[in-house]
Design a protein around this ligand. Structure first.
Ligand code: MN
Length: 483
């Protein structure tokens, strides 16, 4: 059985905190007694890990307790009233909301709109519910090997398209990366393998060079009396690497941050000082200096990024930030909980939550709500739908032809045109979120090289290239025979 000390060791808890956590631990252990997960492990291991995930990202004892109890009402004999008596309204209401959220599934259009909407309404109510749900999903996705294969794919896609963007929006970078990397191999197995090999090949050559630069910079910072600077590095998460590669036709030479160095300093002044010292030593790559301290990203991310060229021609991205910025980037909302800041609507950074809450109150305008939500949350993907309501997820700028290939390769190979929301559209017509698309097929049509000039998805590109290659080989053979 997992030990409660593991959780106590994650933070400095008061006696009162410990008592509450211990009470929830015992309660959940008894309630789930005898239940097993598909892996054969006791069910309690799942709720324990959920609570531990929450403790590790700095959540308070109330949220950790709710983490322990999050499956009790749904999966055990314990009744709501009993939980209310023992743990009070706040924790019980959190558990009820998490349970309600658990019924949300990612499927066709109608349910999708509804469900996503419910999903966000509950965030607006209480963001802690989302954080618990993310911690719960993290353990589920990290133990996905025990689930039926057909369910694996659905859960993985749901994680990538609903949960991870939420973690991103709450600027919980660490959680987002773990969710995505655990889901990636189940959602897109071949792309996962390919990306993994590409990353390895690149890290193998770049790492020694990076370590050399790291050592040199440490010395330079020290000479300029910049003390207590932390320098380390990170490998780019596989899923975000793949998404970037997709934009560049899988050409890894366009990606500069496969491994990036991190320089963590005391204050903002030192960020710029460090930047100056770095540029004084290594040439920066033009156009690659980004000051997200002066201009933070929409999710609140702050850092200075620069890319430098070493004497031997290696290219290395360096991210400079304060410790506070670093913690915000890794734990986001959680870091704020840890600082016990009031984030209830007054913090400008979380104003979008208020906007969502306001938008969803306009009951008559689900369409608008959906559109805003989509453009806001899934800004680099387009979600279009088959006439049956099946959701097709395309890269930004995806066309009717991309849609056809993503439905089925045979449909793509013989696509003539489309009908978008009932109107005729050419193959290169760019789709928007929420478009309903019907493909017009003509068996006489075959892929042409012109198609390559506008398709955006790798699956379409792959099929077209394969066809063109086979075809040119065939025509060469035919002309040879005629001689
Ligand atoms: Mn659960």
């Amino acid at each position: 059985m997992p030990q409660i000390e593991t959780i106590f060791n994650t933070q400095k808890f008061t006696k009162k905190d410990r008592d509450l956590i211990a009470q929830a631990y015992d309660f959940a252990k008894i309630a789930h007694n005898g239940q097993l997960r598909k892996s054969g492990e006791p069910y309690f291991v799942h709720v324990f890990t959920t609570a531990k995930n929450l403790a590790e990202i700095g959540m308070d004892s109330t949220i950790i307790a709710a983490g322990f109890l999050h499956d009790v009402l749904e999966d055990t004999e314990v009744k709501e009233d009993e939980m209310r008596q023992v743990f009070g309204d706040e924790i019980t209401n959190l558990v009820l909301s998490v349970t309600k959220l658990g019924t949300v599934k990612y499927t066709g259009i109608q349910r999708n709109v509804e469900n996503l909407r419910k999903f966000f309404v509950s965030i607006a109510d209480d963001m802690r519910v989302i954080v618990i749900k993310l911690a719960d999903r993290l353990h589920n996705i990290e133990t996905l090997q025990h689930v039926r294969p057909d369910k694996q794919k659905r859960i993985a896609l749901e994680t990538l398209e609903v949960y991870a963007p939420l973690a991103d929006r709450l600027s919980m970078g660490k959680l987002k990366g773990r969710l995505e990397d655990a889901a990636f191999p189940y959602a897109y197995p071949q792309e996962y393998e390919k990306t993994k090999i590409l990353r390895e090949s690149r890290t193998d050559t770049a790492m020694p060079e990076l370590l050399k630069v790291e050592k040199n910079l440490k010395k330079i910072f020290n000479d300029y009396n910049l003390k207590n600077i932390q320098i380390d590095h990170r490998e780019k998460h596989l899923y975000s690497l793949w998404k970037k590669l997709e934009k560049y036709q899988m050409d890894i030479n366009h990606v500069y941050d496969i491994i990036a160095m991190r320089v963590i300093v005391k204050n903002i002044e030192e960020c710029y000082l460090a930047l100056g010292l770095i540029h004084g030593t290594y040439k920066p790559l033009p156009g690659r200096i980004k000051d997200y301290i002066a201009l933070p990203k929409p999710n609140g991310y702050r850092s200075i990024h620069t890319t430098i060229i070493t004497d031997t021609g290696s290219i290395i991205e360096i991210q400079i930030r304060t410790l506070e910025m670093h913690q915000e980037a890794e734990y986001g909302l959680a870091a704020h909980f840890a600082y016990k800041e009031n984030i209830n609507g007054n913090d400008e950074k979380y104003a979008w939550i208020k906007e969502l809450r306001d938008a969803q109150q306009d009951e008559t305008n689900i369409d608008n709500f959906f559109k805003n939500l989509k453009t806001d949350f899934f800004h680099d993907r387009v979600f279009a739908f088959t006439p049956k309501g099946e959701i097709i997820n395309l890269p930004e700028g995806g066309s009717v032809l991309d849609f056809a290939f993503n439905v089925h390769s045979e449909i793509g190979m013989h696509a003539e045109a489309g009908e978008v929301n009932g109107k005729y559209a050419k193959l290169d017509y760019k789709l928007k979120n929420g478009d309903v698309v019907k493909i017009i097929i003509n068996k006489k049509i075959n892929p042409s090289s012109k198609w390559l000039s506008f398709v955006k998805s790798s699956i379409a590109r792959k099929h077209i290239e394969k066809y063109l290659k086979q075809n040119s080989l065939l025509s060469r053979l035919l002309s040879f025979n005629q001689k």
